[in-house]
Write a protein that binds this ligand. Structure first.
Ligand code: NAD
Length: 457
């Protein structure tokens, strides 16, 4: 069998090697999932919910060691690893609370001996190809509702979060999910390709646009349900009536939390010219307080860049911005020593000719652009191929609604940013993807409606 080497991105050291899959083992796993799925769908919902409730309890019981594992292989600051695991609990609670209503058969017509009903059946066998940046969140958004609604799941964690993915499988199995109903599939892109080739009923992907587009191309003729949760270039506009200090602190956190490696990280900030200088000063002052260093340390706010190749993307954006006249206020370079570290980086005087303002950075780097007013801000916020989130800071609710309703984005924020709620759908416009997770829609998406026409005479 092939093996997968797992490194600590903060030290460069080898953590371990695990057995990986190949095309033959992927096919065997898919066959096992196919065989097991009908029996799982026949398990009463109360029992399926009991399994997920036990899974939740085991996360609580092992939270510290699960957080340490995630930090060791992704470089996520340890406090943020614990935050992610705690945040997952609320998502699980939401799914447990809402799943009954989503699965209940609906009678939509009943007259003169004719009854019409909608039944909600599982899709069948679904594949989840996942990302490393929030492995518990983006994985749990898929496999928790998928399992609750009676699907079997082939789960491929990112090759940069494999130990975390294997921990999920261990806990799900210990909680009573049959071994063939949730199967971890280990490896990189080649294993993802092998998964696509199986007879499957749905593929739920979280990752980059480039990979998502390749998967869409391969699955196009196959008529397999496909959801793609991809990248973003998430903008926020700070109006001249905003509280400068509050907005700067919130947006610096939104840009740099998780070392800037969030799909909904603030990636572009537009600031009204009347408060631009004051905002830039407050923003830089806030970023200067962010502690960079060992992700395992309690004080660390900026950890390691998980994937080494991303350092070159950040270098290129910095060089491009500088060549085109941006003003570097902070950072702008890799940090010395072992591991993948990048200094928190802030640019002013940026514009849309720069890659920094156009392409996902996925790191602790941000451009602050001056704008003349709402119209220019809206035009710039929409000048992107992505459309995941967008925000506005102003005390004026009407103005915020007027601006945000013109912006192409699946999620919009008023006086907040970098926030996800289990109660709201998570989706993107444009190259940020198709389909959604979370909310009651994010449970229904793992079912297919069957139309029943029933004549009793
Ligand atoms: P990635 O595209 O490199 O990898 C994602 C997954 O795809 C991994 O499991 C990888 O092994 C697999 N893969 C790679 N090539 C494949 C192929 N040809 N066929 C099938 N699978 C293949 O992305 P990443 O670096 O893991 O994640 C970062 C990206 O994810 C960013 O763009 C980020 O914005 C995005 N993201 C989006 C959301 C969202 O909800 N929209 C959430 C988290 C991350």
């Amino acid at each position: 069998m092939p093996t997968l080497a797992i490194h600590n991105p903060a030290t460069g050291k080898l953590l371990t090697e695990v057995e990986a899959d190949d095309a033959a083992s992927v096919a065997a796993k898919a066959a096992r999932a196919r065989a097991a799925q009908p029996a799982w769908a026949a398990v009463p919902l109360t029992e399926r919910k009991a399994c997920i409730t036990r899974f939740r309890a085991s996360i609580v019981a092992e939270l510290d060691s699960l957080a340490a594992t995630m930090t060791s292989e992704t470089g996520k600051p340890i406090k943020m690893s614990r935050n992610e695991l705690n945040g997952l609990l609320g998502r699980i609670d939401f799914f447990l609370k809402e799943v009954d209503a989503q699965l209940a058969t609906e009678t939509v017509y009943d007259e003169g001996g004719m009854t019409e009903q909608i039944e909600h059946t599982p899709l069948g066998v679904v594949v989840n190809i996942s990302a490393w940046n929030y492995p518990w969140f983006v994985g749990g958004n898929v496999y928790v509702p998928a399992l609750l609604t009676g699907n079997a799941v082939l789960y491929k964690p990112s090759e940069f979060a494999t130990l975390t993915g294997l921990a999920m499988a261990r806990l799900l199995h210990a909680a009573g999910i049959p071994e063939d109903v949730f199967i971890a599939v280990v490896g990189g892109g080649d294993v993802g390709v092998a998964l696509q080739a199986q007879k499957i009923d749905g593929l739920f992907f979280t990752g980059s646009y480039a990979t998502g587009a390749r998967i869409a191309q391969a699955l196009g003729p196959r008529m397999v349900k496909l959801q793609l949760e991809l990248g973003g270039k998430d903008p926020t506009y700070v109006c001249e009536d905003a509280n400068v200090q509050v907005a700067a602190e919130s947006l610096a956190d939104g840009a740099m939390y998780n070392t800037g490696q969030s799909c909904c990280s603030v990636e572009r900030v537009y600031v009204h010219e009347a408060i631009y200088d004051a905002f830039v000063d407050a923003f830089v002052a806030t970023v200067k307080t962010f502690q960079v260093g060992d992700p395992a340390s309690e004080d660390t706010y900026i950890g390691a860049i998980t994937r080494a190749p991303q350092l070159a993307v950040l270098d290129a954006q910095v060089a491009d911005a500088q060549a085109k006249g941006a003003r570097l206020l902070l950072g702008g370079a890799r940090l010395a020593g072992p591991g993948n570290f990048y200094a928190p980086t802030v640019f002013s005087h940026v514009n849309h000719s720069m890659e920094l303002m156009r392409e996902e950075s996925f790191g602790p780097i941000i451009g602050l652009q001056k704008v003349s007013g709402d119209a220019e801000a809206v035009q710039l916020m929409n000048d992107t191929r992505y459309g995941l989130t967008a925000g506005v800071f102003t005390p004026d609710a009407q103005r915020a609604r007027a601006i945000l309703s013109q912006v192409q984005a699946g999620t919009v924020y008023w006086n907040c940013c970098d926030r996800v709620s289990p109660r709201l759908p998570w989706s993107g416009h444009g190259d940020s993807g198709v389909g959604l997770t979370l909310s009651t829609y994010g449970i229904a998406t793992f079912t297919r409606p069957r139309a029943w026409h029933l004549r009793s005479v």
